[in-house]
Design a protein around this ligand. Structure first.
Ligand code: NAP
Length: 290
Protein backbone atom coordinates (compact mmCIF):
# COMPACT_ATOMS: atom_id res chain seq x y z
CA UNK A 1 0.00 0.00 0.00
CA UNK A 2 1.41 3.39 -0.97
CA UNK A 3 1.41 6.00 1.81
CA UNK A 4 1.30 9.76 1.30
CA UNK A 5 2.87 12.13 3.81
CA UNK A 6 2.38 15.89 4.01
CA UNK A 7 4.42 18.02 6.43
CA UNK A 8 8.08 17.03 6.41
CA UNK A 9 9.09 18.98 9.48
CA UNK A 10 10.97 17.96 12.60
CA UNK A 11 8.55 15.06 13.26
CA UNK A 12 7.42 14.30 9.72
CA UNK A 13 10.92 13.52 8.46
CA UNK A 14 11.75 10.68 10.89
CA UNK A 15 8.21 9.29 10.50
CA UNK A 16 8.64 9.09 6.73
CA UNK A 17 12.05 7.48 7.14
CA UNK A 18 10.46 4.84 9.38
CA UNK A 19 7.70 4.19 6.83
CA UNK A 20 10.31 3.72 4.09
CA UNK A 21 12.33 1.48 6.41
CA UNK A 22 9.22 -0.65 7.01
CA UNK A 23 8.86 -1.16 3.25
CA UNK A 24 6.03 1.28 2.43
CA UNK A 25 6.40 3.24 -0.79
CA UNK A 26 5.87 6.87 0.28
CA UNK A 27 4.90 9.93 -1.73
CA UNK A 28 5.66 13.24 0.03
CA UNK A 29 4.82 16.92 -0.17
CA UNK A 30 6.10 19.82 1.90
CA UNK A 31 5.42 23.54 1.54
CA UNK A 32 9.16 24.24 1.75
CA UNK A 33 10.70 21.93 -0.82
CA UNK A 34 14.24 22.06 0.56
CA UNK A 35 13.12 20.03 3.59
CA UNK A 36 12.47 17.04 1.32
CA UNK A 37 16.16 16.36 0.63
CA UNK A 38 16.68 13.54 3.16
CA UNK A 39 13.40 11.72 2.56
CA UNK A 40 13.88 11.83 -1.22
CA UNK A 41 17.42 10.52 -0.82
CA UNK A 42 15.98 7.65 1.25
CA UNK A 43 13.60 6.69 -1.57
CA UNK A 44 10.43 8.77 -1.15
CA UNK A 45 8.69 10.08 -4.28
CA UNK A 46 7.96 13.79 -4.65
CA UNK A 47 4.36 14.85 -5.30
CA UNK A 48 3.62 17.91 -7.40
CA UNK A 49 0.95 19.24 -5.03
CA UNK A 50 -1.17 18.40 -2.00
CA UNK A 51 -3.89 17.03 -4.28
CA UNK A 52 -1.31 14.91 -6.11
CA UNK A 53 -0.55 13.09 -2.83
CA UNK A 54 -4.22 12.09 -2.49
CA UNK A 55 -4.28 11.02 -6.13
CA UNK A 56 -1.26 8.75 -5.71
CA UNK A 57 -1.66 7.25 -2.22
CA UNK A 58 -4.34 5.11 -0.60
CA UNK A 59 -3.42 6.35 2.86
CA UNK A 60 -2.41 9.95 3.55
CA UNK A 61 -0.80 11.12 6.79
CA UNK A 62 -0.44 14.79 7.71
CA UNK A 63 1.92 16.23 10.33
CA UNK A 64 1.52 20.01 10.35
CA UNK A 65 2.00 22.90 12.73
CA UNK A 66 -1.50 23.79 13.91
CA UNK A 67 -5.24 23.97 13.18
CA UNK A 68 -4.81 26.64 10.48
CA UNK A 69 -2.18 24.63 8.61
CA UNK A 70 -4.29 21.47 8.85
CA UNK A 71 -7.47 23.23 7.66
CA UNK A 72 -5.59 24.78 4.77
CA UNK A 73 -4.00 21.51 3.61
CA UNK A 74 -7.25 19.51 3.93
CA UNK A 75 -9.18 22.10 1.93
CA UNK A 76 -6.94 21.04 -0.99
CA UNK A 77 -6.67 17.38 -0.03
CA UNK A 78 -10.41 16.79 0.10
CA UNK A 79 -11.20 18.89 -2.97
CA UNK A 80 -10.95 16.11 -5.57
CA UNK A 81 -12.31 12.59 -5.85
CA UNK A 82 -11.02 10.93 -2.66
CA UNK A 83 -13.42 7.97 -2.49
CA UNK A 84 -11.88 5.10 -0.51
CA UNK A 85 -8.88 7.14 0.70
CA UNK A 86 -7.85 7.01 4.38
CA UNK A 87 -6.56 10.19 5.97
CA UNK A 88 -4.88 10.47 9.36
CA UNK A 89 -3.92 13.81 10.83
CA UNK A 90 -1.16 13.44 13.42
CA UNK A 91 -0.73 17.13 14.29
CA UNK A 92 -1.70 18.57 17.68
CA UNK A 93 -5.01 20.30 16.97
CA UNK A 94 -8.43 21.00 18.48
CA UNK A 95 -10.87 18.07 18.65
CA UNK A 96 -13.47 20.29 16.92
CA UNK A 97 -11.19 20.68 13.90
CA UNK A 98 -10.70 16.91 13.73
CA UNK A 99 -14.46 16.33 13.93
CA UNK A 100 -15.11 18.82 11.12
CA UNK A 101 -12.50 17.21 8.87
CA UNK A 102 -13.84 13.71 9.61
CA UNK A 103 -17.34 14.84 8.59
CA UNK A 104 -15.98 16.37 5.35
CA UNK A 105 -14.01 13.21 4.54
CA UNK A 106 -16.96 10.92 5.27
CA UNK A 107 -19.21 13.10 3.07
CA UNK A 108 -16.75 12.33 0.25
CA UNK A 109 -16.74 8.59 1.00
CA UNK A 110 -13.27 8.76 2.50
CA UNK A 111 -12.12 8.08 6.07
CA UNK A 112 -10.44 10.45 8.52
CA UNK A 113 -8.76 9.57 11.79
CA UNK A 114 -7.28 12.02 14.29
CA UNK A 115 -4.04 10.41 15.39
CA UNK A 116 -1.72 12.83 17.21
CA UNK A 117 1.39 11.42 18.82
CA UNK A 118 3.20 11.51 22.14
CA UNK A 119 6.97 11.40 21.90
CA UNK A 120 9.42 13.68 20.19
CA UNK A 121 12.03 13.39 17.42
CA UNK A 122 14.15 10.60 18.93
CA UNK A 123 11.18 8.30 19.72
CA UNK A 124 9.93 8.98 16.16
CA UNK A 125 13.30 7.92 14.77
CA UNK A 126 13.30 4.80 16.95
CA UNK A 127 9.66 3.82 16.27
CA UNK A 128 8.59 4.50 19.86
CA UNK A 129 5.79 7.05 19.44
CA UNK A 130 2.40 6.63 21.12
CA UNK A 131 -0.54 7.24 18.79
CA UNK A 132 -3.80 8.57 20.28
CA UNK A 133 -6.46 7.63 17.74
CA UNK A 134 -10.00 8.91 17.34
CA UNK A 135 -12.56 8.11 14.64
CA UNK A 136 -14.29 4.97 13.44
CA UNK A 137 -12.60 2.00 15.08
CA UNK A 138 -12.45 -0.01 11.85
CA UNK A 139 -10.57 2.87 10.16
CA UNK A 140 -8.06 2.99 12.99
CA UNK A 141 -7.54 -0.77 12.75
CA UNK A 142 -6.88 -0.48 9.00
CA UNK A 143 -4.34 2.27 9.60
CA UNK A 144 -2.59 0.45 12.44
CA UNK A 145 0.01 -1.35 10.26
CA UNK A 146 1.03 2.09 8.91
CA UNK A 147 1.22 3.65 12.40
CA UNK A 148 3.21 0.62 13.61
CA UNK A 149 6.12 1.75 11.43
CA UNK A 150 6.83 4.57 13.91
CA UNK A 151 4.73 3.77 16.99
CA UNK A 152 5.20 1.38 19.88
CA UNK A 153 1.52 1.62 20.76
CA UNK A 154 -1.66 2.73 19.00
CA UNK A 155 -4.41 3.55 21.46
CA UNK A 156 -8.00 3.81 20.23
CA UNK A 157 -9.75 6.48 22.35
CA UNK A 158 -13.21 6.73 20.77
CA UNK A 159 -15.07 8.71 18.11
CA UNK A 160 -13.64 11.56 16.06
CA UNK A 161 -11.87 14.17 18.17
CA UNK A 162 -11.03 11.72 21.00
CA UNK A 163 -7.41 11.28 19.89
CA UNK A 164 -6.96 15.05 19.60
CA UNK A 165 -8.52 15.52 23.05
CA UNK A 166 -6.23 12.89 24.61
CA UNK A 167 -3.20 14.62 23.12
CA UNK A 168 -4.23 17.91 24.72
CA UNK A 169 -4.71 16.15 28.08
CA UNK A 170 -1.22 14.68 27.69
CA UNK A 171 0.40 17.97 26.71
CA UNK A 172 -1.29 19.85 29.57
CA UNK A 173 0.65 17.56 31.90
CA UNK A 174 3.92 17.57 29.97
CA UNK A 175 4.20 21.33 29.49
CA UNK A 176 3.12 22.07 33.05
CA UNK A 177 5.56 19.52 34.53
CA UNK A 178 8.46 21.18 32.72
CA UNK A 179 7.33 24.62 33.93
CA UNK A 180 7.08 23.55 37.56
CA UNK A 181 10.33 21.56 37.40
CA UNK A 182 12.02 24.79 36.29
CA UNK A 183 10.62 26.64 39.33
CA UNK A 184 11.56 23.88 41.76
CA UNK A 185 15.12 23.64 40.41
CA UNK A 186 15.51 27.45 40.49
CA UNK A 187 14.44 27.42 44.14
CA UNK A 188 16.93 24.66 45.00
CA UNK A 189 19.71 26.40 43.04
CA UNK A 190 19.04 29.70 44.83
CA UNK A 191 19.42 27.94 48.15
CA UNK A 192 22.74 26.48 46.97
CA UNK A 193 21.79 22.86 46.26
CA UNK A 194 23.99 21.17 43.64
CA UNK A 195 22.16 21.21 40.28
CA UNK A 196 23.21 17.75 39.07
CA UNK A 197 22.63 16.20 42.49
CA UNK A 198 19.09 17.61 42.53
CA UNK A 199 18.46 16.08 39.10
CA UNK A 200 19.81 12.69 40.26
CA UNK A 201 17.55 12.74 43.30
CA UNK A 202 14.45 13.84 41.38
CA UNK A 203 15.12 11.16 38.74
CA UNK A 204 15.01 8.46 41.42
CA UNK A 205 12.06 9.91 43.30
CA UNK A 206 8.26 9.75 43.02
CA UNK A 207 8.47 13.25 41.47
CA UNK A 208 10.32 11.95 38.38
CA UNK A 209 8.52 11.92 35.04
CA UNK A 210 9.21 9.84 31.97
CA UNK A 211 10.47 12.67 29.76
CA UNK A 212 13.04 13.82 32.31
CA UNK A 213 15.67 11.09 31.98
CA UNK A 214 16.27 11.62 28.25
CA UNK A 215 16.73 15.36 28.75
CA UNK A 216 19.41 15.12 31.47
CA UNK A 217 22.31 15.91 29.06
CA UNK A 218 20.43 19.00 27.81
CA UNK A 219 19.69 20.08 31.39
CA UNK A 220 23.37 19.72 32.24
CA UNK A 221 24.27 22.03 29.37
CA UNK A 222 25.58 19.43 26.90
CA UNK A 223 24.76 19.95 23.21
CA UNK A 224 21.45 18.24 22.47
CA UNK A 225 19.05 18.13 19.57
CA UNK A 226 15.91 20.26 19.88
CA UNK A 227 12.82 18.03 19.92
CA UNK A 228 9.76 19.93 21.16
CA UNK A 229 10.57 23.62 20.89
CA UNK A 230 9.15 26.44 23.02
CA UNK A 231 7.32 27.90 19.99
CA UNK A 232 5.38 24.62 19.74
CA UNK A 233 4.85 24.51 23.52
CA UNK A 234 3.21 27.95 23.37
CA UNK A 235 1.16 26.93 20.35
CA UNK A 236 -0.04 23.78 22.16
CA UNK A 237 -0.83 25.67 25.35
CA UNK A 238 -2.91 28.13 23.33
CA UNK A 239 -4.83 25.14 21.91
CA UNK A 240 -5.20 23.65 25.40
CA UNK A 241 -6.64 26.87 26.87
CA UNK A 242 -9.06 27.21 23.94
CA UNK A 243 -10.18 23.59 24.36
CA UNK A 244 -10.58 23.96 28.15
CA UNK A 245 -12.54 27.19 27.68
CA UNK A 246 -14.90 25.47 25.25
CA UNK A 247 -15.60 22.90 27.99
CA UNK A 248 -15.86 25.47 30.79
CA UNK A 249 -12.98 23.77 32.64
CA UNK A 250 -10.41 26.01 34.38
CA UNK A 251 -6.73 25.32 33.60
CA UNK A 252 -5.22 27.90 35.92
CA UNK A 253 -2.01 25.95 36.59
CA UNK A 254 -1.34 25.45 32.88
CA UNK A 255 -2.05 29.15 32.24
CA UNK A 256 0.47 30.11 34.90
CA UNK A 257 3.06 27.83 33.26
CA UNK A 258 2.31 29.40 29.87
CA UNK A 259 3.29 32.78 31.30
CA UNK A 260 6.79 31.43 32.03
CA UNK A 261 7.10 30.02 28.49
CA UNK A 262 6.05 33.41 27.08
CA UNK A 263 8.76 35.09 29.13
CA UNK A 264 11.31 32.51 27.94
CA UNK A 265 10.22 33.11 24.38
CA UNK A 266 10.63 36.87 24.75
CA UNK A 267 14.12 36.22 26.15
CA UNK A 268 15.13 34.38 22.95
CA UNK A 269 14.31 30.74 23.83
CA UNK A 270 11.59 30.37 21.16
CA UNK A 271 13.57 27.84 19.06
CA UNK A 272 15.01 26.01 22.04
CA UNK A 273 13.86 22.67 23.42
CA UNK A 274 11.16 22.64 26.13
CA UNK A 275 13.81 21.42 28.64
CA UNK A 276 15.68 24.73 28.34
CA UNK A 277 12.89 26.29 30.43
CA UNK A 278 14.84 24.92 33.40
CA UNK A 279 17.97 26.83 32.42
CA UNK A 280 15.95 29.98 31.68
CA UNK A 281 14.30 29.93 35.10
CA UNK A 282 17.47 29.05 37.01
CA UNK A 283 19.65 31.66 35.30
CA UNK A 284 17.23 34.50 35.82
CA UNK A 285 16.72 33.62 39.50
CA UNK A 286 20.43 33.08 40.14
CA UNK A 287 22.09 35.52 37.69
CA UNK A 288 25.64 34.74 38.84
CA UNK A 289 25.28 31.27 37.27
CA UNK A 290 24.07 32.59 33.87
N1 NAP B 1 8.33 18.29 17.82
C1 NAP B 1 7.80 17.48 18.70
O1 NAP B 1 8.45 17.02 19.63
C2 NAP B 1 6.35 17.07 18.58
C3 NAP B 1 5.93 15.93 19.28
C4 NAP B 1 4.61 15.52 19.16
C5 NAP B 1 3.73 16.25 18.38
N2 NAP B 1 4.17 17.37 17.74
C6 NAP B 1 3.19 18.09 16.90
O2 NAP B 1 3.42 17.68 15.58
C7 NAP B 1 3.16 18.75 14.67
C8 NAP B 1 4.40 19.03 13.84
O3 NAP B 1 5.45 19.36 14.72
P1 NAP B 1 6.96 19.52 14.21
O4 NAP B 1 7.79 19.61 15.43
O5 NAP B 1 7.27 18.53 13.15
O6 NAP B 1 6.86 20.98 13.56
P2 NAP B 1 7.73 21.63 12.39
O7 NAP B 1 9.08 21.05 12.31
O8 NAP B 1 7.58 23.10 12.58
O9 NAP B 1 6.92 21.19 11.07
C9 NAP B 1 5.67 21.74 10.77
C10 NAP B 1 5.27 21.31 9.37
O10 NAP B 1 4.02 21.95 9.04
C11 NAP B 1 4.17 22.59 7.75
N3 NAP B 1 3.25 23.72 7.65
C12 NAP B 1 3.04 24.71 8.56
N4 NAP B 1 2.10 25.57 8.12
C13 NAP B 1 1.70 25.11 6.91
C14 NAP B 1 0.75 25.55 5.97
N5 NAP B 1 -0.01 26.63 6.19
N6 NAP B 1 0.60 24.84 4.82
C15 NAP B 1 1.35 23.73 4.58
N7 NAP B 1 2.27 23.25 5.45
C16 NAP B 1 2.44 23.94 6.61
C17 NAP B 1 5.62 23.01 7.72
O11 NAP B 1 5.99 23.29 6.40
P3 NAP B 1 7.30 24.18 6.11
O12 NAP B 1 8.45 23.24 6.15
O13 NAP B 1 7.04 24.77 4.79
O14 NAP B 1 7.36 25.24 7.21
C18 NAP B 1 6.27 21.75 8.29
O15 NAP B 1 6.35 20.73 7.33
C19 NAP B 1 2.71 19.93 15.53
O16 NAP B 1 1.30 19.94 15.61
C20 NAP B 1 3.32 19.60 16.90
O17 NAP B 1 2.61 20.20 17.96
C21 NAP B 1 5.45 17.79 17.80
Amino acid sequence: MKAGFIGIGRMGEPMVLRLLGAGFPVVVWNRTETKLTRVLAAGAEKAGSVADVAARAGVVLTMLTDDNAVESVYSELLAGDVRGRRFADMSTILPETAKRLAASAIAKEAAFVDAPVAGTVLPAREGRLLVFAGGREADVQELKPVFDAFARRVEYLGPSGSGAAMKLVHNTLLTTYWGVLAEAMAMGSCYGLHFKRMLDVIGESPAAFAALSVKIPLLLGHPAETGFDIANVRKDMGTITEFAKSLGVPVTIAEAALKTYEEASAAGFEDQDVGTIVKFQRDRQTPSRG
